[in-house]
Design a binder for this molecule. Structure first.
Ligand SMILES: NC(=O)c1ccc[n+]([C@@H]2O[C@H](COP(=O)([O-])OP(=O)(O)OC[C@H]3O[C@@H](n4cnc5c(N)ncnc54)[C@H](OP(=O)(O)O)[C@@H]3O)[C@@H](O)[C@H]2O)c1
Length: 325
């Protein structure tokens, strides 16, 4: 709540782009649950079944308003952002499979989409913008000393991402750079969050790309990549987004990573808990991910739940959603 001119409190409005996705849905849930925010959620298809879960969230009837907006459509984005004190820019493509046209399918929505959101935020005098970036914008850096834990000072190398056709990492790096570049030029208050692989229970009815990493371990239909991998719970990501938004002194980037685990250990854990599933049998060994420090975020008070809880809650939600059948 914020104090209005007449001394009355008012509910602050915030906008969440990509409100119907995996991370977006949990963020909307958290914002509504606290009772302190009016939420403007952008979705591409407000009447579609894939977004119907949003109307069922507690407080949605009173405080959630959906706006139809593709982030490439500046006018639609500006209409959603108008009147908001804060904006969480979550929308960006996260492809589950190889893509045919990286420029159209990934780079334009990520980078031009971010530019559109920031321009709209500037025009409407938004107080703070929280941009959801990714560890993908941190970790692809061959110049970083191998023995050194990665922190917020490390950026993925744009040319290296391009030359290795690592399009998703390129899209996240370019869009986060665009966000901070805009902040520097305009004075807009921008902070970013860089989560590792996000897993946890689904609120949305369809399976998103990062959750399919765990589904693949259980279903055994596809080859599973074995490596040291970094994970974070979607509920802890939503909490982190709220924390960096609400903490006045928050600034710059925040790595948001909870646990590093060998995928082979995850497969074994799932097998012991759920022996009736087929479970993965086809594996390919790839390079381990680096280790990351979330100390900057933890210093703001961020906490995360145990990995076992995240994994169990993920699988229980997959069962309920029927994605393991
Ligand atoms: N999941 C992870 O492991 C992970 C890790 C780090 C960072 N992130 C970041 O977190 C954010 C959300 O990802 P997610 O995991 O929640 O994936 P998701 O469920 O696939 O959500 C992606 C969202 O972006 C929206 N979107 C994509 N292109 C758009 C466009 N042109 N215009 C408007 N909306 C568009 C999608 O809308 P539609 O429903 O209409 O397609 C969807 O709401 C992304 O920025 C992603 O890079 C995710």
């Amino acid at each position: 709540m914020e104090e209005g001119a007449a001394g009355r409190t008012r509910t602050a409005a915030v906008c969440v782009t990509g409100a119907g996705g995996f991370v977006g849905s949990w963020l909307v849930q958290r914002l509504l649950a606290g009772g302190r925010y009016m939420v403007h959620g952008t979705v591409r298809d407000p009447g579609g079944a894939k977004n119907a879960h949003l109307a069922a969230l507690g407080g949605a009837a009173e405080r959630l308003r959906l706006f139809r907006a593709d982030v490439l459509d500046y006018g639609a984005v500006a209409a959603a952002v108008a009147g908001c004190d804060g904006v969480f820019h979550v929308a960006s493509p996260v492809p589950a499979h190889a893509i045919a046209d990286p420029e159209v399918e990934l780079l334009a929505p990520a980078v031009t989409g971010t530019a559109n959101v920031l321009k709209a935020c500037f025009e409407t005098k938004v107080r703070r913008v929280v941009v959801v970036s990714s560890l993908s914008a941190v970790m692809v850096n061959p110049a970083w000393p191998q023995s050194q834990v990665m922190d917020e000072a490390c950026w993925s190398d744009v040319e290296f991402c391009r030359s290795t056709q690592n399009w998703y990492c390129l899209s996240k790096t370019l869009s986060e750079l665009e966000a901070f570049d805009h902040a520097e030029r305009s004075g807009l208050d921008v902070v970013s969050l860089c989560p590792s692989l996000v897993i946890g229970p689904l609120l949305q009815p369809t399976l998103n790309a990062s959750s399919s990493v765990i589904v693949d371990c259980l279903k055994g239909d596809r080859e599973v990549k074995l490596k040291l991998r970094n994970f974070v719970d979607v509920r802890d990501v939503a909490d982190a987004l709220l924390l960096v938004y609400e903490t006045p002194e928050a600034s710059g980037r925040y790595i948001c990573d909870a646990y590093a685990s060998q995928v082979s250990d995850v497969v074994e854990m799932l097998k012991s808990w759920y022996p009736t599933y087929k479970n993965a049998t086809k594996f390919v060994r790839v390079s381990d991910e680096p280790l990351f420090s979330s100390k900057k975020l933890e210093a703001l008070g961020w906490k995360f739940r145990p990995f076992e809880e995240t994994l169990r809650d993920s699988v229980e939600s997959f069962r309920a959603a029927g994605v393991l059948d």
